[in-house]
Design a protein around this ligand. Sequence first.
Ligand code: HEM
Length: 356
Amino acid sequence: MRFAALVSLVAASVAIASPAAHLKKRASCPGGQTVDDAQCCIWFDVLDDLQTNLERRSPKPFVFNSMTQLAFSPALTASGQFGGGGSDGSIIEHADVELTFPPNGNLGGIVASERSIALAHNVSFADMIQFAAAAGVANCAGAPRLEFLAGRPFTSQASPPNLVPGPGNTVTRILDRMADAGFSADETVDLLASHSIAAQQGLNAGIAGSPFDSTPDRFDTQFFIETLLKGVLNPGPTTGFAEVLSPLPGEFRMQSDFAIARDPRTSCRWQELADNPQLMRTAFRTAMAKLAALGNDRSSLVDCSSVIPNPADDDTEPTLPGGKVADDIEGSCAATPFPVLPIAPGPTPTIPAVVI
Ligand code: HEM
């Protein structure tokens, strides 16, 4: 009797510790893949659909859409208003409202694609956004293989305005907003590793596709290096919104990246990532996992990470672009000098625009 009681007690505590565990069922999918949980099989079909989209357009806007999940404010909720649902897919379900918010202005096309793929496979909009970001990142050499958890709710409430950080915001405003959403200054920098595989479309439409570093297809540390170079030129004939001087022809520099790179609260982490591709990968993976779970209970989600393709390796070394020297770096971390980097051979490169 006492043994039976102990067994049921242990069984009950296992169930409490891991609510999703009882659902876990290793399975073979119709395509022949093996997954930890049969619920993951559907994501191979979603991946096929998505890859068709990714062949037509750059993966970058799929990754950019993650940023809208920062609409999550416990402070606003505490004041008695709805503070946003975080990673809840509301940018898709309530596109009519949220696409009117200035930082989301350019996401219409990607939101429409994600909506139609999610509806076709009956997966939630919230899961779709996290999956598309992980699959998009996986298209870039050197990227980490991001975690993907499935099972977020199908419904959401439109987020309030002014929660997603903008490129014209001060560092204090951005860090305050990020802290409210649960991210430290270091984690904010870690998330900005995404700008290593990014370009602008709407800040200066005349030079749409101008990337934020010289290697927008590679998840490498060049973004963290190049944002610290002295700004010397305008890449376009006019200056765009929140645009500041860039170090390289064709490269775009936004005000917030410029300022976060040099601010005492963030500059040492920035510099640390500039010379450490491995740390950049692991830190981004951890911060993205946190972002993707915002407003959700992780223990209620199913781990389907094995569906995400393995990104190609990138073994290129962090370098100063050709034509630049160590003195061009505006080293801003008071505690540590900027590392000595090799200089790429050849003249100063002109960075081509990314075609979306
Ligand atoms: C301080 C916070 C951030 C600010 C102010 C910011 C701002 C911006 C802006 C203004 C653009 C250019 C949009 C356009 O003109 O099309 C951009 C692009 C991008 N951002 Fe951020 N961002 C932030 C954080 C993030 C985060 C957290 C992610 C993802 C995890 C992200 C991923 C991207 C990507 C992938 C692009 C390139 C989009 C494309 O090439 O179409 N950003 N960001």
